[in-house]
Design a protein around this ligand. Structure first.
Ligand code: KIV
Ligand code: NA
Length: 265
C-alpha cells in the first residue's frame, strides 16, 4: 500500500484531484476509514465534543489528544494522520508549541499537527516547522476561540474579516504550512483562497471550490442527531440503525432468545 504524504496531497491539488478527509478518534473506526481509502484522517479536538461529551473543544488535554492519536495511528496503513494541538498547548508560547508538537509526533506516531489561527500564532507555527513537523492551518470558524466569537455562525462575511482571512492564508503558506482547513465561510471567499494559495485548502462549510472536504465522522454517519448545520451531509442514519440493533438485542436477552444453542458451548 502506498502511503499518503504531504507531497502527494500537493500533487492532488496540482492535478485537480479532490482530497477526502474525515475525523477519527479510535482504533476500530480508523481501521474502517483507512481501509475505505480515506486520504487524510484528522484526530480532531472535536473529540472533546463527540467522544468526551464536552460543550466545546477547550477542555480536551494534550495527553487525551495523544491517547486518541495513538489509537488511530495503530489502525492506519495508508491515510495521512493529522492531530489537532489542543487549546492552551501552543498559543502565545512557541517553545510550548514545539514541545506539544514533538510530544504528539513522538508518542503517537502521527504525521502532522493542526493549529487554529493566523498571524496570532505565526511564531508557534514557524517554531514547530523548524523541527520538521508538517503543520496544517485552520482559519474561519476556529472553535478554540468560540468565546471570542460568541457564536458558531458563518465567519468572514464582511470585507474586513475576509481580507484578514486571505492575508492569514498567505502568511501560513509563506511560513511553510502544507495545507489549511477553512471552516464555515462563504464559498466565494474559500474559492478565492484556494486559487490564491498553492497549498491544498480543505473545506468544511466552505463550499465546493476548494481542494478537499472534511467532516466529523460521527456527523456524517448520523450519530450526532441534534447537530444539523447546513454544510452537513448525512450518509447514513447510524443512530437509528444502532438503536434498532440494541432494541432487538434487549428483546432477545429478555425473551431468552439469545443465546441459542449454536451460540453456546
Ligand atoms: O476538530 C475537528 O474535527 C476539526 C475539523 C472540523 C476540521 O478541526
Ligand atoms: Na479541531
Amino acid at each position: 500500500i502506498k502511503k499518503v504524504t504531504t507531497h502527494q496531497l500537493q500533487e492532488m491539488k496540482n492535478r485537480g484531484e479532490k482530497i477526502a478527509m474525515l475525523t477519527a478518534y479510535d482504533y476500530s473506526m480508523a481501521r474502517i476509514l483507512d481501509a475505505a481509502q480515506i486520504d487524510v484522517l484528522l484526530v480532531g479536538d472535536s473529540a472533546s465534543n463527540v467522544m468526551a461529551g464536552n460543550e466545546t473543544t477547550l477542555p480536551i488535554t494534550l495527553d487525551q489528544m495523544i491517547y486518541h492519536a495513538t489509537s488511530v495511528v495503530k489502525a492506519v496503513n495508508r491515510a495521512f494522520v493529522v492531530v489537532d494541538i489542543p487549546f492552551g498547548s501552543y498559543q502565545g508560547n512557541s517553545s510550548e508549541a514545539l514541545r506539544s508538537a514533538i510530544r504528539i509526533m513522538k508518542e503517537s506516531g502521527a504525521h502532522a499537527v493542526k493549529v487554529e489561527g493566523g498571524r496570532e500564532i505565526r511564531e508557534s507555527v514557524a517554531r514547530i516547522l523548524t523541527a520538521g513537523v508538517p503543520v496544517m492551518g485552520h482559519l474561519g470558524l476556529t472553535p478554540q476561540s468560540i468565546y471570542k466569537f460568541g457564536t458558531y455562525t458563518v465567519r468572514a462575511k464582511e470585507e474586513e474579516e475576509a481580507e484578514k482571512l486571505i492575508e492569514d492564508a498567505r502568511l501560513l503558506e509563506e511560513c511553510g504550512c502544507f495545507s489549511i482547513v477553512l471552516e464555515k465561510i462563504p464559498s466565494e471567499l474559500a474559492r478565492r483562497v484556494a486559487q490564491e494559495v498553492k497549498i491544498p485548502i480543505i473545506g468544511i462549510g466552505a463550499g465546493p471550490d476548494v481542494d478537499g472536504q472534511v467532516l466529523v465522522m460521527q456527523d456524517m454517519l448520523g450519530i450526532t442527531k441534534e447537530f444539523k448545520p447546513r454544510f452537513l451531509r448525512r450518509y447514513v442514519d447510524l443512530d437509528t440503525i444502532i438503536s434498532g440493533a440494541v432494541t432487538e438485542y434487549i428483546h432477545d436477552v429478555k425473551s431468552g432468545g439469545f443465546p441459542s444453542e449454536d451460540e453456546s458451548y
